[in-house]
Design a protein around this ligand. Structure first.
Ligand code: CP3
Length: 354
C-alpha cells in the first residue's frame, strides 16, 4: 500500500540521516545537532500545551507526547527528535507509586531499601506502556527522515531515585546499600536492567532509530566501584538491545573518569559533559566509538559572540574525531532563550558544512 511505501522510503531516508551516520562514524555533510531536554520548559509552545496537565499524565497521552516531541524539531531544525517522557515512566508503569514534583523531580512514595522491596520491581511488558507504542507510531509517521531517539534511565540513576526516595546530592542511602549489602545492590540493579532493557525494546520495536541510556548521576562513583557495581547492569541493558543494531548512546554528568568504562559497557556513542574536551575524551574512550557533546549549557546565557567562540572550541576539539554529534554537556535549562538554541543549531551546521 501507499502507506507501506512511504514508511519504507522514510526508513531509508532516516537511516541515511546525518545523525545516524555520525553515530555509525560515517562521513556527514555537516555535524548533526540535538539537545538533551530540547522538549520542555524553555519553549512557550510547550508551556501552553502542558497547561493544567501533570508531567506524568502528559507522558501517557500519545497525541500530546507527539506534539511536544515535534516542537523542538520544528522550531530549532535539530537533526534528531528525542521521545518526550521521563526516566521514571517505566517504574510508574509497573506500579511503583511515584510522582514528578515541579521544581524537585521524581519522588517515590515508598523507597526500595530491603530485599522484600525488590518484589515490587516486576517485569515490564509492552502491555504496560501502550501509550509509548502508540506515540512512537504517530511520531515516526510525522518525522519523515528525522530520526527519533528513544531513552531510558540507567540502573544506577534509577536505583538512586528508588533508594533515596527522591533527588539526592550525595546518594548516601544508595551508596550505603552498594557498599554495605553488595548482593542486594547487585540484585536491585539487575532487576532495573531487565526493566530498562524491556522498555528500550518497546521503543525500538515501535520505531525509535537510536537509544540513549541516561546515567545522569553515576559521576558520583569512583571507577573501581563503577566497574564492580554498575557496569554489569548497564552492560546488560546494552546487550538486550544489541540485536536491533540501532546506535546506543550512553551519557552521564561528571563522568570524566568513567568515560572509558561507559564505552566498555556497550555504547556505540559516548556522551560527554563540558568538563572534558572532546579530543581528550576520545583518548579516554578509545577507538571505535562516536562522541556526543559537549558545550556547557550555561554558555547559552552569554551573548551570541561568546556562544560562537565557545562552540568553535568544541568543534575544534572534535575536528579529528570519527563520528561527532553536537549536543550540550547536559540538558537545556528552563530559563534558556529558545532563539539562542535555534541560532546555535544554525551556527554548528554552517561551521561544519563540507
Ligand atoms: O530530552 C527531552 O527533551 C526529552 C524529555 C526528558 C524529560 N526527562 C522530560 C522532563 C528526558 C530525556 C528526561 C530524562 C530525565 N528525567 C533525566 C535524565 C536526563 C538528565 O537531565 O540528566 C533525569 C535525571 C530525570 C528526572 C527528572 N525529571 C528531573 C530531575 C526533573 C526536573 C524537575 C524539575 O521540575 O526541575 C524531571 C521532570 C521533567 N522531565 C520535566 C521534563 C520536561 C519538567 C517537568 C515539567 O515540565 O513539568
Amino acid at each position: 500500500t501507499g502507506q507501506q511505501t512511504t514508511t519504507a522510503a522514510s526508513n531509508g531516508a532516516t537511516y541515511d540521516s546525518t545523525f545516524l551516520k555520525a553515530c555509525r562514524r560515517e562521513a556527514v555533510p555537516h555535524t548533526p545537532v540535538w539537545f538533551m531536554r530540547q522538549a520542555g520548559r524553555s519553549l512557550p509552545e510547550y508551556l501552553k500545551v502542558r497547561e493544567g496537565i501533570a508531567m506524568l499524565d502528559s507522558c501517557m497521552m500519545p497525541e500530546l507526547v507527539t506534539e511536544i516531541t515535534l516542537q523542538p524539531v520544528r522550531r530549532h531544525k535539530v537533526d534528531a527528535a528525542i521521545y518526550f517522557s521521563d526516566i521514571v515512566v517505566p517504574l510508574k508503569a509497573i506500579g511503583i507509586d511515584l510522582d514528578i514534583k515541579p521544581g524537585v523531580g521524581p519522588v517515590i512514595a515508598e523507597p526500595i531499601r530491603t530485599r522484600a522491596d525488590l518484589a515490587r520491581l516486576r517485569d515490564l511488558t509492552p502491555e504496560d506502556v501502550p501509550y509509548v507504542t502508540e506515540a512512537i507510531g504517530m511520531l515516526t509517521a510525522e518525522l519523515g527522515a528525522t530520526p527519533l531517539i528513544g531513552f531510558a534511565g540507567a540502573p544506577f540513576t534509577l536505583a538512586s531515585y528508588l533508594v533515596e526516595g527522591g533527588p539526592s546530592r550525595n546518594h548516601e542511602r544508595t551508596k550505603a546499600m552498594m557498599y554495605g549489602d553488595p548482593q542486594l545492590w547487585a540484585d536491585l540493579v539487575d532487576r532495573l536492567a531487565e526493566i530498562t532493557g524491556a522498555f528500550l525494546k518497546v521503543q525500538i520495536e515501535a520505531g525509535a532509530s537510536a537509544v540513549q541510556l541516561f546515567d545522569s548521576w553515576v559521576g558520583a562513583l569512583a571507577p573501581a566501584d563503577y566497574r564492580r557495581a554498575v557496569l554489569p547492569a548497564s552492560a546488560k541493558v546494552f546487550d538486550a538491545v544489541a540485536p536491533y543494531g540501532v546506535p546506543r548512546i550512553h551519557f552521564g554528568v561528571g563522568t570524566g573518569e568513567l568515560l572509558g568504562l561507559m564505552g566498555e559497557a556497550g555504547a556505540d556513542v559516548v556522551g560527554v559533559d563540558w568538563r572534558v574536551p572532546l579530543d581528550e575524551a576520545a583518548r579516554r574512550v578509545g577507538p571505535g566509538k562516536a562522541l556526543q557533546g559537549n558545550l556547557d549549557p550555561a554558555v547559552l546565557f552569554a551573548p551570541t559572540p561568546a556562544v560562537e567562540e565557545k562552540t568553535s572550541e568544541v568543534l575544534d576539539a572534535a575536528a579529528g574525531l570519527e563520528g561527532h554529534i553536537f549536543n550540550l554537556g547536559h540538558g537545556v535549562m528552563p530559563s534558556m532563550d529558545p532563539d539562542a538554541l535555534t541560532r546555535l543549531v544554525e551556527y554548528v551546521h554552517e561551521q561544519t558544512a563540507r
